[in-house]
Write a protein that binds this ligand. Structure first.
Ligand code: LLP
Length: 463
C-alpha cells in the first residue's frame, strides 16, 4: 500500500522535510518478554515483529493507532487456563476485558466458557455461535429485557446480585415456563490489594450480597423457595489486577463456610462455587504475575481442604479470568507526532491516540511500559511521558518511561499489555475514531474489529 493511501491518513513521514530523520542505530534493544506477547521479537534490523509480521508493514497496512493481538498467544493462554483447572472445573473468559465475534469463536474452539455482563456482550456471544449453556450472565442491574433474553436463550447461569434480582429472574423464568440455573454473588468482606475502583469484595460497594449480617444466607433462603430458580452455587469476585493469592484464599474459605451453613440449614449441598476473575498481569517488568497452574493449585487446595474439614463434597470450581487471558496478548502501536523536551523536566512524546484508546492510566494511575519498535537505537535513554492528542493534560498513556533520545516524529512506539480493558473502554472523546483490533498469526494479519470512520460517528448524529 502506498503511503498516500494510508488508511489512517497521511503520515508524518510524508510531510516532514528530509534530514529530520535520525539514522537507525544498529544495536538491538532488548524487549522484556514479561510484558510482550509470546510471538513478539525483534528482527535483524531491530524492528519488532509479531506473529512473523513486521510492525512497519502492519502500520502501513492498518494505520496507527491500532491494537495488534497475537492470536496464537491468546489461544495458548486459553489452553493453559483450561489445562490448569482440568476437566472438573470450568474457565469462563470475562468478555468485558475484550470481546468480538472472532474472540468468541476462538473461545468456543479452545473449549472455554464465557462470562458476559450486558445485553450487548450476550448478543455478540450468541451471534458468533457460543452455545448459550456455556454463557454466564452477570451484572448488578440487569434490565428486564436482558434477563428475558438470557433466560429465553437458555444461558448456563445467571449470577444474582441483589434481593430484587432474585425475584425478577424468578418471575421471568416462571413466565417463560423455565427453571433458570443461578448462582448468588456474595461479598466476602476482603480488602483486595488493588486500585479502589477495581476492588469489589469489601462491603461498602455496589456488587453482590454481603455474607456479613446473614444477608447472603437470607438470599439463599429466598432463592430456594422460588420455583423458577435452580440454585447451583455461590459466586465471589474480589477485584481485579491482584497478585496476592491471600485474598482469593480468604474468599474461598468464606464461600465454603457458607456452603456448609446451607447444608446445615437446608440439607442441600450446592454443587458449584465460582471464585471470579481478577488475576494480575505484568504491565511493567516489575510486575510478577502467577501462572494459571499455580493459581489452580492454590485455589483447588484451599477448597478441598476447607470442604474436607466441613464434611462437604468438593464442589465444581469455576473462575473468570479476563485480563489474564487477553491482557498480555496485545500491544497498541502509535506513531510519534511531536517530541517536546522540557528543560530539566522530561520530554513529552505525543502520539496519534491517547486516553480515547487507553483510559486506564488516567482512570487508575495504571503503569505501562513503552518501546521504540520501528527500529533499534543506541542513543542515550531520555525520560519521557507519552501523551495523547486529546484536549486534557491528564491525557497520559505512559506516565514515566525511557525512550532513546534520538526519537523522532514518524517513529513507531508500542505500549504492550493493552489487550484488556483498552479497546473495551475506548471512547470517541474529541470525536476520536476508535482504533482497529488486528489479529496476527503465522505471518497473516486480519482486522477483527475495524477502525471507526467519520461516517460511523455521524451516523448517530440526528438532525
Ligand atoms: N468476573 C467478574 C464478576 C468481574 O466483575 C470481572 C471484572 C471479571 C470476572 C474479570 O476480571 P479480570 O480477570 O479481567 O481482572 N476496567 C478495569 C477492570 C474492571 C474489572 C471489572 N470486572 C481495568 O481496566 O483494570
Amino acid at each position: 500500500m502506498s503511503r498516500s493511501a494510508h488508511p489512517a491518513g497521511p503520515r508524518y513521514a510524508d510531510v516532514l522535510p528530509e534530514g529530520h530523520w535520525t539514522a537507525p542505530a544498529t544495536d538491538l534493544n532488548v524487549l522484556d518478554e514479561k510484558v510482550w506477547s509470546r510471538t513478539v521479537s525483534r528482527d535483524a534490523d531491530g524492528a519488532l515483529t509479531v506473529g512473523g509480521m513486521e510492525v512497519a508493514r502492519l502500520a502501513e497496512e492498518f494505520g496507527t493507532p491500532a491494537y495488534f493481538l497475537d492470536e496464537s498467544d491468546f489461544r495458548a493462554r486459553c489452553r493453559a487456563w483450561a489445562d490448569a483447572f482440568g476437566p472438573d472445573a470450568d474457565v469462563f473468559y470475562a468478555g468485558k476485558a475484550f470481546l468480538s465475534r472472532a474472540v468468541v469463536r476462538w473461545l468456543t474452539e479452545e473449549g472455554l466458557n464465557l462470562d458476559v455482563c450486558s445485553g450487548g456482550e450476550l448478543a455478540t456471544a450468541l451471534d458468533a455461535g457460543m452455545p448459550a449453556e456455556r454463557i454466564a450472565f452477570h451484572g448488578n442491574n440487569k434490565t428486564l429485557a436482558e434477563i428475558e433474553r438470557a433466560v429465553s436463550v437458555g444461558v448456563g447461569r445467571i449470577v444474582l446480585d441483589s434481593f430484587q434480582e432474585i425475584v425478577r429472574v424468578a418471575h421471568v423464568a416462571q413466565s417463560l415456563g423455565k427453571r433458570q440455573r443461578v448462582q448468588i454473588r456474595v461479598t466476602v468482606g476482603v480488602e483486595a490489594h488493588t486500585h479502589e475502583f477495581i476492588a469489589t469484595a469489601h462491603e461498602d460497594q455496589k456488587f453482590g450480597i454481603a455474607l456479613a449480617g446473614g444477608q447472603a444466607a437470607e438470599a439463599v433462603r429466598r432463592t430456594l423457595t422460588l420455583d423458577g430458580l435452580e440454585l447451583i452455587g455461590i459466586h465471589s469476585h474480589i477485584g481485579s489486577q491482584i497478585f496476592d493469592m491471600a485474598g482469593f484464599e480468604v474468599s474461598a474459605r468464606r464461600v465454603v463456610q457458607l456452603l456448609a451453613e446451607i447444608r446445615d440449614e437446608h440439607g442441600v449441598e450446592l454443587p458449584e462455587i465460582d471464585l471470579g476473575g481478577g488475576l494480575g498481569i505484568a504491565y511493567t517488568p516489575e510486575d510478577d504475575p502467577r501462572e494459571p497452574h499455580e493459581i489452580a493449585k492454590a485455589l483447588g487446595d484451599i477448597v478441598t481442604r476447607e470442604c474436607e474439614s466441613a464434611g462437604l463434597a468438593t464442589p465444581r470450581i469455576s473462575v473468570e479470568p479476563g485480563r489474564a487471558i487477553v491482557g498480555p496478548t496485545a500491544f497498541t502501536l502509535y506513531e510519534v507526532g511531536t517530541v517536546k523536551p522540557l528543560e530539566g523536566l522530561r520530554t513529552y512524546v505525543s502520539v496519534d491516540g491517547g486516553m480515547s484508546d487507553n483510559i486506564r492510566t488516567a482512570l487508575y494511575d495504571a503503569e505501562y511500559s513503552v518501546s521504540l519498535v520501528s527500529r533499534s537505537s543506541d542513543a542515550e535513554p531520555m525520560l519521557v511521558r507519552v501523551v495523547g492528542k486529546h484536549c486534557e493534560s491528564g491525557d497520559i498513556v505512559v506516565k514515566d518511561a525511557f525512550l532513546p533520545s534520538d526519537l523522532a516524529p514518524g517513529d513507531l512506539i508500542a505500549v504492550p499489555a493493552t489487550g484488556a480493558y483498552c479497546r473495551s473502554m475506548a471512547s470517541n472523546y474529541n470525536h476520536a475514531l476508535r482504533p482497529p483490533v488486528v489479529a496476527v498469526r503465522d505471518g497473516q494479519a486480519r482486522v477483527i474489529v475495524r477502525r471507526e470512520t467519520e461516517e460511523d460517528l455521524l451516523r448517530l448524529d440526528v438532525g
